[in-house]
Design a protein around this ligand. Structure first.
Ligand SMILES: Cc1cc2nc3c(=O)[nH]c(=O)nc-3n(C[C@H](O)[C@H](O)[C@H](O)COP(=O)(O)O)c2cc1C
Length: 202
């Protein structure tokens, strides 16, 4: 059994083409997002699809390091607020967690359709909120920059090697535990599955 192909194929790529996307395709991305699970089925995600008159204002909100994203024909604003979701004891506010799952569902669908879908946090949130017309108490937690694969020649060296090189991931024994925190997962067959597939740097 292999890792799901869309999980392997998805990368945070910057070489996005400017071509507009058909509205049916954008609709499928939204459907995928709404199929994500949420705590008590609260569905706290609010998603602003920016392709038109507000696109220049959202582009202006991007940090300098994300100027590559100004080429994209579609910027998706993933927004929520804690009161839209379950808020349980011990700091368990589920709005951001559930929004993240919707974002991943959207990105996997985009990957399946051969698109690049790159999540970013590098922008001025107040500018994005204003451009996208969010109500005051909503947090624009993440933008997803979406488009067809474009010309890699537009990338700088760092971007090119980051998105085409092997992935950088912590080893499973660093982030997973067996029964209890004191016992690291250890290097079992599963532990080095990804490096054996050549998906991670050894
Ligand atoms: C919440 C979040 C914020 C991110 N912000 C940025 C960003 O501002 N600019 C950028 O180029 N990439 C950003 N990324 C992409 C990550 O750098 C990337 O996912 C990570 O390096 C792993 O690479 P991969 O997605 O290709 O596996 C962000 C990813 C997430 C999930």
């Amino acid at each position: 059994m292999d890792i799901l192909p869309e999980l392997i194929a998805r990368r945070a790529r910057c070489g996005i083409a400017a071509d507009p996307l058909p509205v049916e395709q954008v609709q499928r991305l939204l459907c995928a997002a709404t199929l994500a699970p949420s705590c008590g089925n609260t569905q706290p995600w609010r998603i602003v699809v920016v392709t038109g008159e507000r696109l220049p204002a959202v582009r202006q909100a991007l940090s300098e390091g994300n100027s590559w994203a100004t080429r994209a024909p579609l910027i998706i604003v993933m927004a929520t607020k804690p009161s839209l979701d379950m808020r349980l004891e011990a700091g368990r506010d589920y709005a951001y967690f559930d929004l993240g799952m919707a974002a991943l569902a959207l990105m996997l669908q985009a990957t399946r359709e051969g698109l690049y879908a790159h999540p970013i946090a590098g922008y001025t949130p107040s500018k994005v909120a204003k451009a996208a017309g969010l109500p005051e108490d909503f947090v624009p937690l993440n933008l997803i920059i979406v488009g067809k694969p474009g010309d890699d020649a537009l990338l700088n060296e760092g971007q090119r090697s980051r998105e085409h090189g092997p992935r950088q991931r912590k080893a499973l024994e660093e982030i997973a535990f067996s029964d209890s925190w004191e016992k690291a997962w250890g290097t079992r067959d599963l532990g080095d599955l990804l490096s054996r597939q050549g998906l991670l740097q050894p």
